[in-house]
Write a protein that binds this ligand. Structure first.
Ligand code: NAD
Length: 472
């Protein structure tokens, strides 16, 4: 029997399938595929009980065709060099698909984070930042981490603070990491950006009546039955926006501890409160506990959102998955073989590199804000408001009709940072979807949307190499 494909093999298999439909020189394709640099760190930390423990961490920079490189830092026991390389490669393709001018990177520490105190996690994070700094694997113009599974704004604040201490003369130091707390140079809307991006992407996908007809679905998100796996940052926000803003019905939820189903819909906020109180999603009033969490993925639904970890859907369960649309909110949740099966069966898989790109998109906005040293909207908000008020007054004089206070305040409103961030994210997701859909259509059924998005990414990265030439 042949060895199972590693995660990085799977990404490269997807790359090769897509590359066959491009005309780029073999050498350029090989260069795009390679991990440009990868580093393994082993460093000691002192536990609270005084014992010393060796930690293992990695950072992979997949592509330097654009700098800085960008990608999250993951704290999980699954972290290894292969996983970090695969995720770094996905970041390169993701940034290209949503037109964010970064190369791809990813990092991680092999750690069961919940077994460590906050103080221990802080020491680990700061030491890891120090290691990255020493090896030139972090910096606003070099490599800019972000959160991933097991990390969040708290860890990003520690990273920013450590880097600033090590590089006191770097005026752009805050741009060394993104998804920081807003008080530490972060940006409004970053925490929920990935989930919001999944929502914008799904809303756009479902708005194309012709495509929905092909799937036997009506256009629009309203009433679509959704199952979400993983109620962490990405899964929770995706479910929340789909329910609150899209009118979708969350018919199933899957977490570590099990899966639940409720045909009439699960109130996402109530479920989160129930989990906070009881430590589990099981036993949620009105819902049925399923016999295993695996069964949750096989529930009858229109949209399945895997938002936990990679390889949730493989040939072991793909034949029993009933969803018509799979939105890969997590990175790499569908194995390459399972993806092929879905293509044959006419299931629409929205690839991770497109559908979960909201996080890196808003990280890009945060990085721009850090380099500009000014909050978005600060310069123009009041000016825009006053211009709109003058225009409304002129209309009142010309028509003899007075606007109500409510009309004035809704029209003469300058944009806040959050308005600009969400609007930029919405534009990015919509534009990216139509770019990859166009390439998919061009294929006339020869390849799926994942290959179409990969062709898009390959074309853009190859163009970057062609534009700048190869260093002799
Ligand atoms: P997170 O740690 O906030 O949440 C992950 C959730 O999945 C947790 O609630 C965990 O309990 C749950 N989970 C773990 N194993 C599970 C299982 N077997 N079944 C069901 N649930 C399980 O992480 P996150 O930031 O939401 O990231 C989730 C995924 O999204 C990862 O693949 C990550 O790479 C990807 N992603 C995250 C971002 C981001 O901005 N955070 C951006 C793009 C992609």
């Amino acid at each position: 029997m042949s060895e199972p494909l590693t995660f990085f093999d799977q990404v490269n298999r997807n790359f090769d399938k897509a590359a066959a439909f491009t005309n780029h020189p073999h050498g350029i394709l090989e260069q795009i595929k390679q991990i440009n640099s990868v580093i393994h760190f082993a460093f000691p930390i002192k536990r609270d009980d005084g014992s010393i423990q060796v930690m293992h961490g990695w950072r992979a920079e997949h592509s330097h065709h654009k700098l800085p490189t960008k990608g999250g830092i993951r704290y999980a026991m699954t972290v290894n060099e292969d996983e970090v390389m695969a995720l770094a490669a996905l970041m390169t393709y993701k940034c290209a698909i949503v037109n964010v001018p970064f190369g791809g990177a990813k990092g991680g520490i092999r750690i069961a984070a919940h077994e460590y105190s906050e103080g221990e996690l802080e020491r680990i994070t700061r030491r890891f930042t120090f290691e990255l700094f020493n090896k030139h694997f972090i910096g606003p113009g070099l490599d800019v981490p972000a959160p991933d599974f097991g990390t969040g704004p708290r860890e990003m604040a520690w990273i920013a603070d450590t880097y600033s201490t090590l590089a006191p003369h770097d005026i752009n130091a805050l741009g060394c990491v993104t998804a920081k707390p807003v008080s530490e140079g972060g940006i409004d809307g970053r925490v929920e950006a990935t989930g919001r991006g999944v929502f914008y992407g799904l809303r756009e996908v479902c708005s194309v009546a012709e495509d929905m007809r092909g799937l036997g679905l009506s256009p629009g998100l309203e009433g679509k039955r959704v199952v979400v796996q993983g109620l962490g940052n990405v899964g929770y926000h995706t479910a929340k926006f789909l329910q609150e803003d899209g009118g979708a019905v969350i018919v199933g939820a899957i977490e570590h501890e099990g899966a639940i189903a409720k045909r009439t819909g699960i109130d996402v906020e109530a479920l989160m409160a129930h989990r906070r109180e009881t430590g589990s999603i099981l036993g949620f009033p009105g819902a049925t506990d399923l016999a295993s969490r695996e069964l949750g993925l096989e529930l009858d639904c229109d949209i399945l959102v895997p938002a936990a970890l990679e390889n949730a859907i493989t040939m072991d369960n793909a034949p029993r998955v009933k969803a018509k649309i799979i939105a890969e909110a997590a990175n790499g949740p569908t194995s390459s073989e399972a993806s092929d099966l879905f293509f044959e069966r006419g299931v629409l898989v929205l690839p991770d590199a497109f559908i979960n790109a909201g996080g890196v998109t808003v990280s890009y906005f945060e990085w721009l804000k850090n380099l500009e040293h000014v909050r978005f909207g600060r310069l123009e908000k009041r000016f825009d408001e006053q211009s709109a008020r003058r225009l409304l007054t002129a209309i009142e004089h010309a028509t003899g009709r007075a606007f109500s206070d409510q009309e004035i305040s809704s029209i003469a409103r300058g944009a806040e940072e959050i308005d600009l961030v969400n609007s930029g994210l919405e534009e990015t997701m919509i534009e990216a979807y139509h770019e990859i859909r166009e390439i998919f259509k061009r294929g006339g059924g020869a390849y799926d949307l994942r290959a179409a998005s990969m062709i898009d990414a390959i074309d853009k990265v190859a163009l970057a190499y062609a534009d700048r030439g190869i260093f002799p």
